[in-house]
Ligand binder design. Structure first.
Ligand code: TXA
Ligand code: MG
Length: 313
């Protein structure tokens, strides 16, 4: 993690284009939206997305919301439906996030969805956010721009108080008007409220013409807590020195393996590869042995995910 200075950019044309080129170069940029400040990374760049978790000090890989400038852009990444269109017509741009199935060929880093087959996506209602998303010409993954477990930031000062020196820049556009995170709704198998937020549930029910279900233990238990995380079909064995007969081996550091999270032993690179490699090894149909991963930095989140994958089911 670089400890170089975080740039404080004013949200004029110069600031926006500087922020856009930082994003394109793989750096992290916190930016104003109408809900809260987001900590943005190019959603196609696994290493940049891994840095988001590192900067926030997240102990686990929660899936992130991807931000796009308009509904047409959203349709490049998710499977669209009539209900999705109704909601987008009524609430986008705005403080509403839709969870929809990932579309084939989406091109997003697997760390964005933490390996899930669905994507949370939103069109923010904020001129600076929109200008940044257009200038960057990239889907931008962004959780709230605060260290894990702390309060969501609604000013650039809040962002810097938590993340100064850990991110490339903050694009300052004053206080957020909504000041509350977006409402999250999934449409499958039935319209369900995953998180209350800036758009009242009643307004969404009025548009859909049906009540929103509340999450059951099969879907999602609490905001930020996914019960139905991707788990490999295969048995997973942790802290393995080498593969036993019939196993495939997921390595870390210089060693012989079927796939190596990072030969250089770089935890950011390992995080970026984690979900993709688990999926790939799972496709072999064989049990997966995993090399020891250190608990420092992003290693905590990697080990959290791996121990869930290895838990008895
Ligand atoms: O207003 C907001 O939503 C702000 C701004 C920056 O857009 N973002 C935000 O992100 O609040 P974050 O990471 O703090 O919260 C994202 C929530 C998490 O609770 C996560 O579990 C949920 O979205 N989420 C993301 N992808 C999901 C998915 N595929 N299925 C279910 N929940 C998902
Ligand atoms: Mg948050």
């Amino acid at each position: 993690m670089s400890s170089s200075k975080t740039q404080h950019l004013v949200a004029d044309q110069t600031g926006i284009s500087q922020a856009a080129s930082l994003l394109r170069g793989g750096a992290l940029v916190a930016f104003a939206t109408e809900t809260v400040y987001g900590l943005g990374a190019d959603a196609r760049n696994g290493a940049a997305v891994a840095q988001v978790y590192a900067a926030k000090g997240r102990p686990s890989f929660n899936p992130l919301i991807v931000h796009v400038p308009d509904t047409d852009s959203a349709q490049k990444y998710v499977e669209w439906s009539d209900q999705a269109q109704m909601i987008a017509d009524a609430f986008w741009p705005g403080a509403l996030t839709l969870v929809l199935p990932l579309r084939q060929g989406h091109g997003l880093a697997s760390l964005v969805t933490a390996g899930l087959p669905t994507l949370a996506i939103r069109v923010p209602n904020h001129p600076t956010a929109t200008a940044l998303l257009r200038a960057a010409e990239a889907p931008v993954a962004a959780p709230s721009a605060n260290p894990s477990g702390q309060i969501s930031p609604t000013t650039a000062r809040h962002v810097l108080a938590g993340l100064d020196g850990k991110i490339g820049a903050v694009l300052d556009d004053g206080p957020c008007t909504v000041g509350l995170e977006s409402t999250i709704v999934t449409l499958a198998p039935v319209p369900t409220l995953l998180r209350a937020g800036g758009v009242p549930a009643e307004d969404i029910e009025a548009v859909l013409g049906c009540p929103l279900a509340v999450p059951t233990s099969d879907t999602i238990t609490a905001p930020g807590q996914l019960a139905s995380h991707y788990a490999p079909n295969a048995k997973v064995r942790l802290n393995a020195k080498f593969a036993d007969f019939g196993e495939v081996f997921l390595g870390f550091g210089p060693m012989k393996s079927d796939l190596n999270l990072s030969e250089a032993g770089d935890l950011t690179e390992a995080a970026a590869n984690l979900f993709d490699y688990l999926h790939r090894l799972d496709e072999s149909g064989k049990p997966i042995a995993v090399a020891p991963i250190p608990m420092t930095g992003l290693g905590a989140a990697i080990n959290d995910r791996l121990s869930r994958a290895a838990a008895p089911r």
